[in-house]
Design a protein around this ligand. Structure first.
Ligand SMILES: [Zn+2]
Length: 507
């Protein structure tokens, strides 16, 4: 991939009166050209910022450069010093740092190359553009403290109102509180149904709600777990939870996991909220006690993930995610939507079919994904076109040079010279624009081609490794490394499901 140059004078340069702006930028260009040559970098574009706005908004060339950097169009950007990219506004600095970091674009200065892909390149993150980590931590702490202070006053600090409420700004003071929404009646109904008899569980409550035609805020069917979420939220008895959920990083079977455990009742403090309760404390506590008793009577091993297809397997009939349930044969997967015609299968059967489908993809990759060849052809065509355009450019540049000779030798008079020159320069402009466009197309085609080509070995790795894994979490991660979705199609019993795989090309 190519590199580009970004030239921009700084205020410091302007203080030196012995050079014009043009001279300064030319000197910078020369310096960067030497740097590129020394390191063997192919520079295909030179951006000059003529206006010297302090913010990115005032620098149109910078805006364009950032867009291209974000799109991953450049291997790296050459600048005389890192400060030329952003100085001043922290928000701008953050935008620049993020664009480079997320796209993995290098910053090349005559003194040092900063590589965001190299995690040991601490300097990259500390090059002054980047908000220091300490600063970031301070901001986070301030946020948490601010939220806690608001919560102490009984304000609502969540970003989304809980089901049954709407967020409303407080009058005469900062912050938000909650007001009942039309769904408030459904919340009260959930408590009533759940407490209506001893036999009534969360699942039964969900079934009743669904039969009565009620849906969740997202329009889904109620399930035991969504009912449980309502029953356990103290907001409905007029309280605000205090004590945020810290993220905990753990390693399990060599895989890093970030957990954000939900605090159990009693592990957080409850504050009287400013909002109106939907149920009395007595009713809420009754429901909590009943839930507590029923969880104790169940043997719960469900805390560790058991579904290797979690987040991947979707019912082809209704489109919802499929769940796993334990049985004596190692579990089944089933669709949770009531009355859906989808039929369940054993997890082991789906795993076997999945591996078979992956093997078929590897075997027939070129037939299945003819894009790979097309992309190769496409890239080759772009490359050829680019080469041709560059030859044309150098031919015209030579002609432009010859014009001066012809003028000096008196072969051309001034008028002819001017008109010829104008024509040549117009042609050159067109060609240079064409060069840029072709370069963009080539980069995109090469990127896609690489992603495609990398897919086969990655799928092979999964086929070879999947069966060796014991941990369900690792199995799931492994599948997610190559797949973004598996559609599960089975509407008759005793036939294997048809699986339709969607490969993940973004990694
Ligand atoms: Zn379904």
């Amino acid at each position: 991939m190519p590199y580009c140059m970004y030239l921009r004078k700084s205020r410091k340069d302007s203080e030196n009166p012995s050079f014009t702006d043009e001279e300064i930028l030319s000197r910078h260009q020369q310096l960067l050209e030497e740097t590129a040559e020394r390191q063997g970098l192919r520079v295909t574009a030179i951006y000059r910022e003529i206006v010297s706005g302090d913010s990115i908004a005032g620098r149109p060339v910078m805006q364009r450069l950032l867009r291209e950097v974000s799109a991953g169009q450049w291997d790296g950007v050459l600048v005389v010093e890192i400060e030329r990219l952003a100085r001043g506004d922290t928000e701008d600095q953050g935008a620049v740092a993020k664009a480079f970091q997320y796209s993995g674009t290098k910053i090349v200065t005559p003194l040092k190359t900063y590589d965001p892909g190299d995690e040991f390149d601490e300097e990259y993150f500390e090059f002054g553009l980047y908000m220091s980590r300490r600063e970031l931590k301070t901001i986070n702490r301030r946020l948490v403290r601010g939220r806690q202070a608001s919560a102490k006053q009984g304000k609502y600090v969540g970003s989304v109102a809980p089901f049954g409420y709407e967020k409303a700004p407080l009058t005469g003071q900062k912050g938000f509180t909650l007001i009942p929404s039309p769904d408030a009646a459904v919340v009260q109904l959930i408590f009533r149904l759940f407490l209506s008899s001893a036999k009534m569980g969360t699942g039964d409550t969900a079934t009743q709600l669904n039969q009565m035609g009620y849906r969740t805020r997202q329009g889904h069917y109620w399930s035991g777990s969504t009912v449980c979420k309502v029953l356990t939220n103290p907001v409905y008895m007029g309280k605000i939870k205090m004590g945020y959920r810290p993220k905990i990083k753990t390693y399990e079977d060599g895989v890093q996991k970030v957990l954000r455990p939900v605090r159990k009742f009693g592990e957080y403090t409850l504050i009287d909220g400013l909002h109106e309760p939907l149920v009395s404390e007595e009713v809420w506590q009754k429901a909590a006690d009943k839930l507590h008793a029923s969880t104790l009577s169940r043997t719960v091993s469900s805390r560790t993930p058991q579904n290797p297809f979690s987040g991947l397997l979707k019912c082809a009939v209704c489109g919802y995610g499929m769940k796993r349930q334990q049985n004596s044969r190692g579990g089944i997967v089933y669709c949770t939507t009531p009355n859906c015609s989808c039929k369940a299968s054993d997890v082991t059967e789906v795993e076997a079919l999945l591996m078979q489908a992956l093997r078929e993809i590897v075997d027939s990759f070129e037939e299945e994904y003819p894009q790979l060849e097309t992309l190769a052809d496409e890239a080759a065509a772009h490359r050829k076109k680019l080469e041709h355009t560059r030859q044309e450019i150098s031919r015209l540049e030579k002609q432009l040079g010859n014009l001066f000779d012809l003028l000096e030798q008196g072969i051309y008079d001034r008028e002819t010279f001017v008109s010829r020159r104008q024509r040549l320069e117009e042609q050159l402009d067109d060609l240079r624009q064409g060069e840029q466009a072709t370069q963009e197309e080539l980069t995109a085609a090469e990127q896609n081609q690489r992603r495609m080509a990398e897919m086969i070995p990655r799928i092979q790795e999964v086929i070879d490794g999947y069966g060796l894994l014991q941990s369900v979490v690792e199995k799931n991660l492994m599948l997610k490394s190559i797949l973004s979705r598996i559609d599960y199609d089975k509407t008759e019993r005793n036939v294997p499901p048809r699986l339709h795989l969607t490969l993940r090309f973004d990694g």
